[in-house]
Design a protein around this ligand. Sequence first.
Ligand SMILES: Nc1nc2c(ncn2[C@@H]2O[C@H](COP(=O)(O)OP(=O)(O)O)[C@@H](O)[C@H]2O)c(=O)[nH]1
Ligand SMILES: Nc1ncnc2c1ncn2[C@@H]1O[C@H](COP(=O)(O)OP(=O)(O)O)[C@@H](O)[C@H]1O
Length: 196
Amino acid sequence: MRDGFLLVLSGPSGVGKGTVCEALLDKRKDIKYSISATTRKKRPQEKNGENYYFLSLDEFKDKIDDGEFIEYAKVHGNYYGTPKSYVVDKIAEGDIVILEIDVQGALQVKENYPGAVYIFLLPPDMKELRSRIEKRATEDEETINLRMNNAKNELSFIDKYDYAVINDEIEKTVKKIECIIEAEKLKVTNIQGVKL
Ligand SMILES: Nc1nc2c(ncn2[C@@H]2O[C@H](COP(=O)(O)OP(=O)(O)O)[C@@H](O)[C@H]2O)c(=O)[nH]1
Ligand SMILES: Nc1ncnc2c1ncn2[C@@H]1O[C@H](COP(=O)(O)OP(=O)(O)O)[C@@H](O)[C@H]1O
């Protein structure tokens, strides 16, 4: 069967990436979440080392120089990056590792990690997207507007992804992503050591 692989999940701010990841992780032991590093300010309910590794700009730049990220990008004015060691270890152990990253990061992964699976999460419509960001109540009006503007640009990269999933109801979304995982495991190009 297929070894571990990377599952890249992107989508505009507020579409539900974090919520979907949490539900997937609760349901399946073979999925691991890659905790990113960021220079963004911690939200009150967030925990360092759980949601993100919150770093200063200098700390982040040192890690770039030391080659510690498999990809990094500036998103909505802050730096975000995926630490390399965790991802490499977990894939070697046969796990599926979710990277919840933006489109710029996804394109970098594509260059260096063939075999990753790319899923773009979509909102039912843009009005619902805004209402989800507002309901989460973690951003001020200016940040929400910046994220809504960036959403349009991010959506224009959808053709770089393998799958597009509309996040209407959370349970349905999780089921669809599990179906994608099962299909990916069965791809002929990924089957190893089949004995008949
Ligand atoms: N390239 C890259 N993007 C990331 C990484 N971690 C998070 N992001 C993206 O950064 C954006 C902002 O994330 P965040 O500040 O948590 O806001 P949210 O999307 O509203 O939850 C989202 O598009 C994330 O997918 C990372 O390690 N690398
Ligand atoms: N399918 C859904 N239907 C309704 N609300 C949702 C759904 N998925 C997520 N949400 C809500 O939308 C808000 C943004 O979700 P979140 O997971 O933080 O998005 P992201 O990580 O993409 O920025 C949260 O308040 C969350 O509870």
